[in-house]
Design a protein around this ligand. Structure first.
Ligand SMILES: N[C@@H](CCC(=O)N[C@@H](CS)C(=O)NCC(=O)O)C(=O)O
Length: 279
């Protein structure tokens, strides 16, 4: 399968190995064959999901691109998968927009189904395989509630901080905006910490709700805003210590084999200059 801007067919490249000779591998076949890889002894077709991920991102985004959540969920449930790698820019091409209307990663293709939005994908994985949602209906609903809380209530202010510090760091409004963004995050973290209390996870066993909450909180894992709440910092550490997370992270990192897009060096230099000016 072609994925890189260098135009090379990755089918000829060796598969990057994650520590457990992992569940993931770059997709080496046209999609039509990619999802129909294995046939069980009973001759029923077993589909193997294909996700999309970038083959290159700037250093600050490594370990944070949202295909990590999907990889993590797949690793938690023991589902092998293939990866369709996109070079930077390729996400905006019509063939990818057909999978993801906003021209972003991740996506998941499985049989006839194509899904976008990391939350919807994790939910799909959790509802079609065991291990990420409780069997009891009420407990399951509460786990889904935490999935929404992570993405809908906590992630927006956390992402605002990324815009202030990274994506729009060179804009004149970013620095003055930081205190109000910090304040919104503080309020959210306080409430999240209060509800978590001294528990390991939000509602009993680790669930898809915890997976997404950890994924969101670790966006600010190195910011003092998180360390103000030692129980939340420990919660993130606990999530990251899970073997499935470690395999997912290693697999994402191993996939960064591409090159930066034209103009990246100039963008980076501009950001560094604006950092220096605002220090
Ligand atoms: N709400 C979406 C957000 C997806 C998203 O922001 N993807 C980023 C990578 S983490 C992306 O593809 N950015 C490239 C772009 O927007 O061109 C999800 O959770 O799937």
């Amino acid at each position: 399968m072609k994925g890189a801007s260098d135009g090379q067919d990755r089918s000829s490249r060796p598969c990057p190995q994650s520590p457990r000779a992992s569940l993931h591998r770059p997709c080496r076949l046209p999609l039509s064959r990619c999802v129909l890889l294995s046939v069980s002894k009973e001759k029923s077709i077993v589909t193997r999901p294909v996700i999309t991920a970038f083959d290159w991102v700037p250093d600050f985004a490594k370990g944070q691109v949202r295909d990590l959540r999907v990889r993590w969920a797949l690793e938690e449930v023991g589902q092998p998968y293939d990866v369709r790698y996109l070079s930077q820019g390729e996400q905006k091409h019509p063939d990818h927009r057909a999978r993801q209307p906003f021209g972003q990663v991740p996506t998941l293709e499985e049989g006839e189904l194509t899904l976008f939005e990391s939350g919807a994908i994790v939910h799909h994985i959790a509802t079609t395989r065991g291990g990420l949602l409780p069997a009891d209906a009420a407990a399951r609903a509460r786990a889904v509630e935490w999935m929404f809380a992570a993405l809908n209530t906590v992630e927006p202010p956390v992402m605002d901080l990324s815009f202030v510090d990274l994506f729009e760091a060179d804009k004149p409004w970013s620095k003055p905006r930081r205190p109000s963004v910090e304040q919104r995050i503080r309020e959210r973290l306080q409430d999240v910490a209060s509800r978590l209390g001294e528990n390991d996870w939000f509602d009993g066993d680790f669930s898809a709700g915890d997976l997404l909450m950890v994924a969101v909180l670790r966006i600010i894992r190195d910011d003092p805003l998180l360390s103000e709440h030692p129980t939340l910092a420990d919660y993130v550490t606990r999530g990251e210590a899970r073997p499935a997370f470690q395999r997912a992270l290693a697999a994402q990192m191993a996939g960064f084999t591409g090159s930066p897009p034209p103009g990246f060096a100039e963008w980076e230099a501009k950001m560094k200059t604006s950092e220096g000016e605002s220090a």
